[in-house]
Design a protein around this ligand. Structure first.
Ligand SMILES: O=C(O)CCC(=O)C(=O)O
Length: 294
């Protein structure tokens, strides 16, 4: 792959229609949020983290504890702690601008994770609202998830599904017996909408929007990265206290360049990190080609 620095990253703004859809239904699909180069970097980085053993199978044998040998739902929580690319990602202006456009500011970056479903054996993540988990927002309107399609997400490989228009309701949750730590709810699945999206596209949805994914029945792996954001006034006090909180502000007067949270300046490094990932892939391929056969 030849890298054209001009095309590596791509600014992006939501359309008014996408904003309206989010505000009306609690979710919106945005195709081509990331450029081809950014998407390739995301995919290669996930492959590197997977090859390095960073993922855990969270699927269980229906008892919420015993790891399943047949059903695989690989999760890596805390991407920014293990990857300079993912650490740089939330600081990218189009991410912070999207979050602020949808939930208002100041915006705090809350958490990130990846779900990877291997070919054939990949299993889904049951219905839940992100706001039903421990560190929740006082108002679901102040919490935003951005689900990034690392591979094309289709119905067949476990695209995200959402229940539109119900994000302000609190669905009762119970422990998910098919996962070692998740919780789940039971919305009326007849209301579900599947959010198929091409690699590099995203689905933005409220912390209150019930969502799930299904298994991967295809012969290729599919991964999705979820970034979570909160508006400051809806975040628990612990997260708002700079002394206690290691979550970076992305917008507003407390927004920095990441030095406070990570010890190094991170803001603005996304294009460089995209380049670095792609350059490493190209170098590895070149080395492979120069090796003698046999
Ligand atoms: O990608 C998946 O399988 C699950 C995504 C999800 O449920 C989430 O990000 O909360």
């Amino acid at each position: 792959m030849k890298v054209n620095p001009q095309l590596e990253t791509m600014p992006m703004k939501l359309t008014e229609e996408q904003v309206r859809q989010y505000k009306t239904h609690g979710f919106a699909r945005v195709e081509r949020f990331f450029s081809e180069y950014e998407t390739a970097a995301l995919r290669h980085e996930i492959e590197r983290l997977h090859a390095g053993g960073g993922f855990t199978n969270v699927a269980t044998e229906g008892d919420g504890a015993t790891a399943s040998a047949k059903k695989i739902n690989l999760q890596l929580y805390g991407l920014s702690a293990v990857s300079p690319l993912f650490r740089a990602l939330p600081f990218e202006p189009k991410i912070a601008a999207t979050a602020e456009r949808l939930i208002g500011g100041p915006v705090l970056f809350h958490q990130d994770q990846c779900f990877l479903k291997p070919a054939r054996s990949g299993t889904g993540t049951h219905w839940h609202q992100d706001n039903a988990y421990g560190v929740s927002c006082t108002d679901p309107d102040g919490g935003l998830a951005m689900w990034i399609a690392v591979h094309d997400a289709t119905l067949a490989n476990g695209a995200l599904q959402v229940i539109p228009g119900r994000w302000r309701e609190k669905f009762p949750h119970s422990r998910d017996p098919d996962s070692n730590h998740h919780i789940r709810c039971y919305p009326d699945e007849r209301e579900a909408v599947a959010c198929e999206v091409k690699a590099g596209g995203v689905v933005v949805f409220s912390y209150g929007t019930p969502h799930c994914t299904r298994g991967n029945a295809t012969d290729k792996a599919r991964a999705g990265v979820a970034l979570h954001f909160m508006r400051e006034d809806c975040a628990p006090p612990r997260l708002r206290d700079p002394e206690q909180c290691k979550f970076p502000y992305l917008t507003g007067p407390q927004a920095g360049d990441g030095t406070r949270e990570y010890g190094v300046a991170v803001k603005g490094t996304w294009p460089r990190e995209v380049r670095a990932v792609l350059a490493a892939v190209i170098a590895a391929a070149a080395e492979f080609q120069t090796q003698p056969a046999g």
